[in-house]
Design a protein around this ligand. Structure first.
Ligand code: NAD
Ligand code: DAU
Length: 345
């Protein structure tokens, strides 16, 4: 039996990863360690707790709480830590950066200390392509310099560097994946795809930043989960692996396709003032992870179609979030008063 702690396992990617692991490996016991911020949601794991009751536990706690982290690592004889826990939304990092530094940097340090103290077999850090900063030409390779431009990406880079320091200085067996934008079930509707899909279902405007020509590599969340699994089993310790499809889509084209899939008018598209410091393009060179046996399974169109269908079929999930006070307050703070930008169409 393997004993894995998945921090941030009640969030979007973490909950998909937990379901994926339990379905795939009958000899794995998974402890989700999550303090349930606004983005953590036990609805994401409702089916998991019913289907895998004997091999799944949930602990509500903060990764910055060293005592609690150590207790869990000891109590469950943990051999693997996979860290998804983070403040993850760029726009929020522009409003309140402090929480990002706390969780994404300090929290990573606390987990690494526990990994070191109790000699875990693997510590895996789930990182992001945003640490390379915007890439106007070419593709980022794992050895490229970090050039972060938002408090979110700077905090994630801090976490990555701490992992590499713990590998070099103390021999903690770390691996790191740097993933591109994920889409799929259970993504909090602050991120662009679930925000646009759920707004379009309700005939609300789709707030497109700037000229909409920014490019992202949108990958299906289960492809990302599979990539992390491949690195856990075949990755080399101390190494970083880029993880994406290697193809990019312009935001404006993604928005048009969502409206088309939902049979909604293109007039719902509402270009507004740009995000400050908005990274124009991310693009990953993924040959390293491909060389250890991972390949993305979904094209962008397939991933988007599956995602749109899930939000149409699971309105119970996102309507609960969108009708809550926290969401309304955030939405008003983020979007009210932003000017319409006639430059884009
Ligand atoms: P999310 O915001 O949906 O989930 C984050 C989870 O972490 C939540 O359940 C939250 O409650 C938990 N959490 C936050 N702070 C915590 C703390 N201090 N202690 C314990 N739990 C805490 O995020 P996501 O989109 O699922 O992203 C997961 C990870 O993957 C993050 O590290 C993110 O940087 C990385 N990543 C995300 C994407 C993406 O497109 N979403 C792409 C690449 C990498
Ligand atoms: O690249 C990986 C990263 O992808 C992850 O590390 C982050 O956790 C995740 O949030 C995501 O960051 P982005 O900033 O790329 O994602 P977001 O969904 O916020 O925005 C995607 C693109 O859409 C980006 O170019 C900004 C644009 N956008 C976003 C929002 C929320 C809009 O045009 N309008 C919006 O309302």
């Amino acid at each position: 039996m393997k004993n894995i702690v998945v921090t941030g396992g009640a969030g979007f990617i973490g909950s998909n990863f937990v379901r994926y692991l339990l379905e795939r490996y009958p000899n794995y016991h998974v402890v989700v360690y999550d303090n349930l911020t606004y983005a953590g949601n036990l609805d994401n794991l409702q089916d998991v707790s019913e289907r895998f009751a004997e091999r799944y536990d949930f602990v509500r706690a903060d990764i910055c709480d060293a005592k609690e982290v150590e207790r869990v690592v000891q109590q469950y004889s943990v051999d693997t830590i996979v860290n998804f826990a983070a403040e993850s939304h760029v726009d929020r990092s522009l409003m309140e950066p402090g929480g990002f530094i706390q969780t994404d940097v300090y929290g990573t340090y606390v987990l690494l200390e526990a990994a070191r103290k109790f000699g875990v077999e693997r510590y895996h850090q789930v990182s992001t392509d945003e640490v390379y900063g915007q890439v106007l030409d070419g593709r980022s390779t794992e050895s490229d310099r970090l050039h972060t431009r938002s408090p979110y990406s700077a905090s994630k880079a801090g976490g990555d560097l701490m992992c590499l320091a713990y590998f070099t200085s103390f021999g903690v067996p770390v691996t790191i994946t740097r993933g591109s934008n994920n889409i799929g079930p259970y993504q909090y509707p602050e991120k662009v795809v679930p925000l646009f899909v759920t707004n379009a279902i309700d005939d609300l405007p789709l707030p497109l930043y700037g000229d909409g020509l920014q490019m992202r590599d949108y990958q299906y969340v289960l492809d990302h989960c599979e990539g992390i699994d491949v690195v856990l089993h075949k990755g080399q310790i101390g190494e970083i692996y880029n993880l994406g499809t290697g193809t990019e889509t312009r935001n404006i084209d993604m928005a048009h396709l969502i409206l088309k899939l939902l049979d909604k008018p293109q007039s719902l598209l509402q270009p507004i003032t740009d995000r400050p410091g908005h990274d124009r393009r991310y693009a990953l060179d993924c040959r390293k992870i491909q060389s250890i046996g991972w390949q993305s399974r979904h094209t962008f169109e397939e991933a988007l179609e599956k995602t749109v269908r899930w939000y149409v079929d699971n309105q119970w999930w996102w309507r609960k979030i969108k009708s809550g006070a926290h969401y309304e307050e955030y939405y008003t703070r983020q979007y009210a008063g932003r000017e319409i930008n006639p430059a884009a169409t």
